[in-house]
Design a protein around this ligand. Structure first.
Ligand SMILES: CC(C)(COP(=O)(O)OP(=O)(O)OC[C@H]1O[C@@H](n2cnc3c(N)ncnc32)[C@H](O)[C@@H]1OP(=O)(O)O)[C@@H](O)C(=O)NCCC(=O)NCCS
Length: 162
């Protein structure tokens, strides 16, 4: 589905003060954790993740806001798995806000932000998640390889300039 108009989306890096916002986003997305066969993260899990992200200068955990409301997350890593590439390990939109174009616009904006500095954006899909595969295919990603029984890598070349 083409996004008819630009949504008032904003992204910013998450920090420890966002712990309860992130927890709320996870709690509004139970289906994703069922899909990947994981328990819903606890407060301690989120805190550990935020600390790990802060310690890794290549890692970017971001909140997606629609107007003033935190409606999703992006998690990606720069210069991974190789220099000049970035890897998106999570794009998550809370269930009540799916199908509005938020996910597509957030990923497109990320691509624009990275274009010129990174040649390739990889996307990793965990578990049996055909709707995520469709989501990335629609955005122009191509299946690259399986990285194990429950991990699929997709990729998209980024333009040389923004
Ligand atoms: C994948 C995900 C981020 C997409 O976000 P989104 O904001 O719903 O996506 P968009 O609205 O931009 O469009 C996604 C597609 O879903 C379709 N869609 C329509 N209604 C929908 C609904 N109620 N729920 C989900 N998708 C819907 C859209 O039409 C579009 O498909 P198309 O482009 O083939 O027509 C979201 O479904 C999600 O958070 N899933 C769980 C996490 C996940 O699997 N992430 C990907 C792997 S990391």
């Amino acid at each position: 589905m083409a996004t008819p108009t630009e949504l008032p989306l904003r992204r910013r890096r998450a920090d420890l003060a966002d712990l309860s916002r992130i927890l709320a986003i996870y709690r509004q997305s139970p289906g994703y954790f069922e899909t990947i066969g994981a328990e819903l993260p606890t407060e301690a899990d989120v805190e550990r993740e935020l600390l790990a992200a802060r310690a890794d200068e290549k890692r970017r955990g971001e909140l997606i806001f629609l107007a003033q409301e935190a409606v999703g997350l992006l998690d990606y890593k720069l210069d991974h798995p190789e220099d000049g590439a970035a890897t998106l390990s999570l794009v998550l939109v809370v269930e009540a806000y799916r199908g509005l174009g938020i996910g597509q616009q957030a990923v497109r904006e990320l691509e624009q932000n990275l274009a010129g500095r990174y040649r390739t954006l990889y996307a990793v899909v965990y578990g049996e998640n055909p709707s995520a595969e469709r989501f990335f295919t629609t955005l122009g990603y191509r299946f690259q390889r399986s990285g194990g029984p429950a991990v699929k890598w997709f990729s998209k070349p980024l333009p040389a300039g923004p």
